[in-house]
Design a protein around this ligand. Structure first.
Ligand code: ATP
Ligand code: MG
Ligand code: ZN
Length: 263
């Protein structure tokens, strides 16, 4: 799977150490801070870039979902079955989806398994098969870019994303509650992300908390219309069963048994 990390590596390559550095050689990985990581103004940009690169590394399928496959998923609500069916159809007809620039938009309250389904699609196509895909954690990317070195970094990240044919935008809600607004900067990033996928020979799978009305209200008609053209006019709702709560209850039952054993 293609990685955003690749572009961060490119950024950092500019500062690469020569292999045969000798004592007289005064070149540094970073000429700004002479590899100390600090400047008079505080943390050097090379350290910030490194931090960004480490964080962006995890913008791919999170470890938690590395083994997710549709086959193993429990169905606890009819809405979940509908989401799994849509995901299955996408997997079975992926070439057509890619050719037509079709995708999926899955939304609903927390803990329904939206990211789980999204991860299944990416894993089944990009790990089990050879499609090129990437999963982007939208909130993390927005946070990383806030600290990033500017438009150049955004463009490089977008270029890397665009090299993929399957793009998964994990939680387009970006951690916002319904009453929260996006800053113009954040809106700009999401517009660029969606527009980067809005091309023939690409497909996308978006997860989020809210429906298209929210998308229109918070992100604009231009973003909503692009998503609708790609993902259809009926977004896929997942609701009705809280998997995190279920797992928490299972945890409680086991710990309770352990406590009984020692008392
Ligand atoms: N069908 C399932 N069977 C068992 N566990 C599941 C299933 N779907 C999801 N889970 C587990 O439930 C937890 C929450 O799932 P997930 O992160 O996909 O929810 P989400 O709807 O994306 O939530 P959020 O909106 O907060 O991002 C995860 O630990 C996931 O592995
Ligand atoms: Mg999620
Ligand atoms: Zn530096």
């Amino acid at each position: 799977m293609e990685s955003i990390q690749a572009i961060i590596d490119q950024i950092n390559q500019i500062k690469k150490k020569p292999l045969n550095k000798n004592i007289q050689d005064t070149s540094y990985n970073c000429e700004i801070c002479k590899d100390t990581g600090a400047t008079d103004q505080g943390l050097c940009s090379c350290v910030k870039n490194k931090q960004i690169s480490n964080k962006i590394k995890s913008a791919e399928v999170p470890d938690r979902f590395k083994n997710s496959r549709l086959k193993g998923l429990e169905i606890k609500d009819p809405s979940h079955k509908n989401a799994y069916d849509n995901a299955k159809v996408m997997i079975l007809n992926i070439d057509k989806f890619i050719k037509n620039n079709w995708g999926l938009f899955i939304y609903g309250p927390p803990s329904q398994g939206k990211t789980e389904v999204q991860s299944c699609v990416v894993n089944e196509l990009c790990i089990d098969k050879d499609y090129k895909g990437i999963m982007v954690n939208v909130k993390r990317l927005m946070g990383d870019l806030k600290d990033a070195v500017g438009k150049g970094t955004l463009n490089k990240i977008l270029d890397t994303i665009k090299k993929n044919e399957i793009i998964a935008l994990n939680d387009i809600t970006g951690g916002k509650r319904p009453q929260d607004e996006f800053s113009p900067f954040e809106r700009g990033i999401i517009y660029e992300l969606v527009d980067a996928v809005y091309e023939k020979e690409k497909t996308l799978i978006i997860t989020g908390k809210y429906n298209y009305d929210w998308v229109e209200d918070k992100l604009g008609t231009d973003v909503k219309d692009r998503i609708i053209q790609m993902c259809g006019i009926e977004p896929i709702l997942m609701k009705g069963h809280n998997f995190r709560e279920e797992h928490g209850k299972k945890r409680d039952a086991e710990v309770k048994k352990m406590i009984q054993k020692i008392s």
